[in-house]
Design a binder for this molecule. Structure first.
Ligand SMILES: O=C(O)C(=O)[C@H](O)CO
Ligand code: MG
Length: 259
């Protein structure tokens, strides 16, 4: 079965954030991720990881003003300096947390911004960021996020668009972040698309659809998909990034069934 990680931003909402590491370890997770580390001192996070022998699997580059609705600044031409500062900040945390994977959110394209300008900006930003991160052994993933339900206007909303941008940026430490929930909404045909894009995938996340809750609450056949990932030889992390429909520990029967 795949190596499962817990997304601590979405899982264990019943606990204060810093207590979620302990809870995830007690439930059997060996890896954790979360959206952003930046509001906590790195040493606080380090201690929680070390105490429970957890691997920090991934976190996102700074996304701009999240509270104001920004969802990344990678495609915004007037924010390049801020993007670069954010890469430096993420690198500091990644070093402290021994994290070898960062994710870049492309952002929502403002209506008036030319598509080609947004794409060129993103390609240049990704190339620059990948080059900064490579000496530290860090892979930069780029996630395709559905624009139908969760993030209207998100610039990269399909695996195909994301791969096109990655090919243009053309750096060896760039990879696709494949979130089964978003891809089910945008295209479906999950197993065939995982097979097709396997060599480009650097990280996988999941939630059932509709609802973005745990496996078994929607239409996705997770047993079949997890087996298929094994059959394909996928050896990376697979992170649970869902809103538990009740207490988090009670939502983990998929983990018990698979370990
Ligand atoms: O929304 C998702 O699926 C993510 O993984 C991002 O990190 C941010 O929202
Ligand atoms: Mg995701």
């Amino acid at each position: 079965m795949p190596r499962f990680a817990a997304n601590l931003t979405l899982l264990y909402p019943e606990l204060p954030f810093l207590d979620r590491f302990e809870a995830a370890a007690s439930d059997g997770f060996r890896g954790v991720e979360y959206l952003f580390p930046y509001e906590w001192p790195a040493h606080e996070l380090q201690t929680r990881l070390k105490d429970r022998h957890l691997t920090q699997v991934l976190f996102n580059l700074p996304p701009g003003d999240w509270a104001a609705g920004e969802r990344g600044i990678g495609c915004l031409p007037d924010r390049v300096e801020e993007f670069r500062d954010g890469v430096g900040r993420a690198l500091e945390y990644a070093r402290a947390l021994e994290c070898t994977r960062l994710n870049c959110l492309a952002g929502v394209k403002p209506v008036g911004l030319d598509e080609g300008v947004a794409r060129d900006t993103l390609v240049a930003n990704l190339r620059w960021a990948a080059q900064q991160l490579a000496p530290a052994g860090i892979t930069l993933t780029v996630e395709a996020i559905n624009s139908r339900v969760d993030m209207p206007g998100f610039f990269l909303d399909t695996a195909e668009k994301t791969l096109d941008v990655l090919a243009a940026a053309d750096e060896p430490n760039l990879a696709l972040q494949y979130d089964l929930y978003h891809m089910q909404i945008m295209s479906g045909d999950l197993i065939r698309s995982l097979q097709r894009y396997l060599s480009f995938i650097g990280h996988i996340q999941f939630a059932d659809n509709p609802g973005r809750h745990e496996p078994g609450t929607g239409e996705i056949n997770f047993d079949r998909i997890f087996s298929a990932l094994d059959e394909m030889g996928y050896s990376g992390w697979v992170s649970a990034e869902y809103h538990p429909s009740g207490a988090t520990s009670a939502s983990l029967s998929w983990l018990g069934a698979s370990s």
